[in-house]
Write a protein that binds this ligand. Structure first.
Ligand code: GLP
Length: 246
């Protein structure tokens, strides 16, 4: 795991955007795995600026999002589909047919998972996967458990996740309790991964992910097994990590 400590949210966003931009320049039809949440918003803003300045072309880029709430249609302001369009896709020249997000209101969610996994496989896998991390160590919506599913699947959200994500909804009862998520196997097959973490509330999860035992109780700890992971993390978390190692 490569660790890049950063002093600010902006620095994290810029660094992440540079890695994405480099990938697209090397491979114009790169397959990107994308994340939602507060963490990657700055990175999307940076990528939009690069596009507007004529430095980046998304016309051949293909994308697969990590996850989606089950039961929310794409028109719902809290769906990840809506988030992606509002915060990124509508501002760049990505082609609609190259965007993939699991459908939260598919008539048959199990079939939707199988279809999504097949699409990723058929395209040749993900070249660069962007990840955030939940306060409980989840990635995508792979929640801590005694076992994890490898492929795209339906998952019941952990109470901590429902609570953490309730800040985006009018009240906690409106937060969906189920989601579709890529599995840890889907994520681990990505050729390159960057994980972003900003804020001290992520401290414990990040430290466990980096230095703790590899356990399904901290899904992000499985990333220790991947050969090309870059963690762009809050310097304050990094300092704590160094202290713990002394
Ligand atoms: C959400 C998403 C994750 C995201 C995480 C952290 O529930 N499913 O993909 O990384 O929680 O979100 P945030 O960046 O808002 O802290």
């Amino acid at each position: 795991m490569k660790i890049k400590p950063v002093n600010s949210y902006n620095e994290m966003s810029k660094l992440a955007a540079e890695i994405v931009a480099r990938k697209i320049k090397d491979k114009p039809n790169a397959v990107l795995g994308l994340a939602t949440g507060s963490t990657p918003l700055g990175m999307y803003r940076e990528l939009i600026s690069m596009y507007k300045e004529g430095k980046l072309d998304f016309s051949k880029v293909r994308t697969f999002n990590l996850d989606e709430y089950l039961g929310l249609p794409p028109s719902h302001p809290q769906s990840y589909s809506y988030y992606m369009h509002e915060n990124f896709f509508k501002h760049v020249n990505i082609k609609k047919e190259n965007i993939h997000i699991p459908s939260g209101n598919a008539p048959n969610p199990t079939q939707e998972c199988l279809k999504y996994e097949r699409q990723i496989e058929e395209i040749g896998g993900i070249d660069l996967q962007i990840l955030g991390i939940g306060v409980n160590g989840h990635v995508g919506f792979n929640e801590p458990d005694i076992n994890l599913k490898a492929l795209t699947h339906i998952i019941q959200l952990a109470d901590e996740t429902v609570k953490a994500n309730s800040r985006f909804f009018k009240n906690i009862d409106e937060v969906p309790k189920m989601a579709i998520t890529m599995g840890m196997g889907t994520i681990m097959r990505s050729k390159q991964i960057i994980l972003l973490a900003w804020g001290l509330e992520k401290k414990e999860a990040v430290i466990k992910a980096i230095t703790g035992p590899i356990t399904t109780k901290v899904p992000a700890s499985l990333l220790q097994l991947h050969k090309d992971v870059t963690l762009i993390i809050d310097k304050r978390i990094y300092e704590k990590l160094k202290e713990d190692r002394k």
